[in-house]
Design a protein around this ligand. Structure first.
Ligand code: FES
Length: 88
């Protein structure tokens, strides 16, 4: 199944990036030396990160974030994402 249409990244490729240490959609893009374009895939990638990280690494900061999500400030580059989506 394609996750990112802009870069033709499928779920297996995203999972492989997660297995190699990617923990954000932006790091998945970096893994494949790509940059987010339209951003429509970011919510699905976030869901995949949370599923991948659930109960895997108790010491990982992203695990703690899934247990007690902090209220994060808006990223500085939101003006580049008309849908309010940032990849970090
Ligand atoms: S669908 Fe991934 S950047 Fe557009």
């Amino acid at each position: 199944m394609y996750v990112c249409i802009c870069h033709a990244l499928n779920d297996k490729q995203v999972t492989k990036a997660l297995e190699n240490g990617a923990r954000t959609p932006a790091s998945v893009f970096r893994h494949y030396e790509r940059q987010v374009q339209c951003g429509k895939c970011v919510p699905m990638m976030r869901d995949m990160v949370q599923s991948h990280c659930a109960n895997q690494c108790p010491s990982c900061p992203s695990h703690a974030a899934t247990q007690h999500p902090p209220s994060l400030p808006e990223p500085a580059n939101t003006e580049n994402f008309p849908y309010g989506i940032a990849a970090e």
